[in-house]
Design a protein around this ligand. Sequence first.
Ligand SMILES: [Zn+2]
Ligand SMILES: [Zn+2]
Length: 332
Amino acid sequence: MEETLDTEITIEAPAHTVWAVLDNIARYPDWNPLVPELRGRTTVGKQVEGVLTREGMPTVPLKPTLTAIVGARELRWLSERPTPGEFRAEHYFLLEETGNGSTRLIHNEDFAGTFLEQVWEPINTLGRAAYEKMNVALKARAENYASEIPAIHPTADAGSYTSESLEGKTMRCGCAIAPVEVAINAPVYHNHLCGCSKCWKPENALLAMIAVVPAGNLEVIDGGEKLEAVEKDLKIVRYACRDCGSHMFGQVEDVDHHFFGLDFIHPELVDGPAPRLEFAGFVSSLVETGTEPARMSAIRARLSDLGIPFYDAFSPEIMDIIAWHKVKLAKS
Ligand SMILES: [Zn+2]
Ligand SMILES: [Zn+2]
């Protein structure tokens, strides 16, 4: 005997977001009424372990083998009784993008085996209701993530920039008393947001704000004794106030580095508005520093609304400059 339990639902969220909810099995206890517990590593060929709960049916232990994981598209696991031909159940989720920002979720299970005859009737009725309940819960959770309007950075959120370059202005660290003060004696360029794990950001910012000045134009005018290098062996060495933690500037020592000749600053340390934000770089790195993957679509949508192009490295303009720098180095 073979049967398929077939359910589906349309979710007003990108497949990326739906997947991020589905793939994060450690969070199933927070929302999943059908599989309220699932532990283990989500790797093809590995087993995960949990329970299956369906109203009106006994709660059963679940220890399936993951048979297919295609990020943002497909998840499958297989449960099988040891006796061949007795009972086999392949549970799967297919995510189809509809083209208008929503996702069609197909949530099915293919059953086969001699034992199925005894259990198909309750699976088809009570089981189906439980699957549909999970679909509704998944929809609610994914739509909640997708409708978030995340705070990006106070400067970006306010959307008010200065057309001045910040030349002649002074950066001050976060210390209320005796702050470190650094004068900017050249124009500031390429102001942008960065999601990497190294750039400093104030507590109320999701992404850091960074710009560059031609090297040799930053002048420590006060509190220099409080400045300390954060990680000396990085290509860009950041100098921070040891009292408040504000990063004051970053410098490049390697003459062959593509950013040699530039110093990095945080324009929010200057009083008043910052120059226009040209782009947001290394956005996907936010995931590495603790942002839930399910929030990422909403973060990108917000950047888009704010008119800030976003990339997972630098902007194409800067990536091309770096690539050309490598070509030049190889020739010299
Ligand atoms: Zn300070
Ligand atoms: Zn960065």
